[in-house]
Design a protein around this ligand. Structure first.
Ligand SMILES: [Zn+2]
Length: 291
């Protein structure tokens, strides 16, 4: 009998020992996730440093910006998933654009219009163009100069009237117009909508990106539709694509571009795209499938 008791006792001891080991092991494992959770919590509570203040912009243009780029109608902006929503500065007036996708490799195909606006901290390195007084994105300038020289060789004067305009300048112009309409007694929202019909909202102009030039020529510097009757316009229509430039706002495309006819406004997109756009007779929006 003693032997049986001893065996039972030994068995009990072993059982208790196994239980203890099992308990300790489970206890250790269950601690691991806790540490992970703690780490994650620490990461989340780190101060958000991503909101970097936009730097001041290089005021490269000396000339007053043209306010000729009137919009036909501040149409109800389309609702797309990536819109800025109530974050947008002028959202109170019903504007709800998306932020343009800035692709460093395809910088020449950047789409800027009233639906896709430049990020507020967008910066561009500008350089002065041939003819002086105006600047463009420095990557455009060699192509621009080549085109102007080729025109000159054909006896055509292409005069730079308005190139790059800083976002801050565009913003000042826009806000001035809002103030003007407010002073006439309009509500802030109504004043903003009226301003948007006269001045393009900051970030919606290709001039803010330094990718477009408004041209004048001998006897026509006023950026009006008569530019379409000049030799300069005829020369550009024939040759600009070979230097990477397109007529951006044509007579019958304002449904898509939201800008009326501007024969003086020429946009750089690169030679390949310019020739394809010209051959297909499409807008930049249609070419990019973003109309
Ligand atoms: Zn223009």
């Amino acid at each position: 009998m003693n032997r049986i008791r001893l065996i039972l006792l030994a068995g009990l001891c072993i059982f208790v020992a196994i239980l203890s080991i099992a308990y300790i092991t489970v206890g250790m494992e269950s601690k691991e996730p806790e540490t992970t959770t703690q780490n994650t919590t620490e990461k989340i509570s780190e101060p958000d440093t991503s909101a970097v203040e936009p730097g001041t912009e290089n005021e490269a243009t000396t000339q007053l910006p043209s306010e000729a780029e009137t919009t036909t109608q501040a149409e109800a902006t389309t609702r797309e998933p990536e819109t800025m929503g109530s974050e947008y500065e002028y959202a109170y007036a019903g504007f709800n654009p998306s932020v343009a996708v800035v692709d460093g490799e395809k910088w020449n195909l950047l789409l800027v219009n009233q639906k896709y606006i430049l990020p507020e901290d967008y910066t561009v390195q500008t350089a002065e163009v041939k003819g002086g007084g105006q600047s463009l994105d420095h990557r455009v300038v060699p192509h621009y100069n080549k085109m102007v020289e080729a025109a000159e060789a054909d006896g055509i004067d292409l005069i730079p009237v308005s190139g790059y305009r800083s976002l801050s300048r565009q913003k000042n112009n826009f806000n001035r117009k809002i103030d003007y309409y407010s002073s006439l007694g309009y509500s802030k929202a109504e004043a903003t909508r009226l301003a948007a019909k006269i001045v393009l909202m900051p970030g919606t102009s290709e001039h803010n990106a330094g990718l477009a030039m408004d041209f004048g020529t001998n006897g026509n510097y006023t950026l009006d539709e008569n530019f379409a009757n000049t030799d300069a316009f005829r020369w550009l229509s024939e040759n600009a694509a070979d230097y990477g430039f397109i007529l951006r706002y044509e007579e019958d495309t304002q449904d898509i571009t939201m800008i009326t006819y501007e024969p003086w406004h020429w946009r750089y997109v690169g030679v390949e795209a310019a020739q394809e756009i010209k051959a297909q007779g499409v807008t930049l929006e249609e070419y990019l499938g973003m109309d």
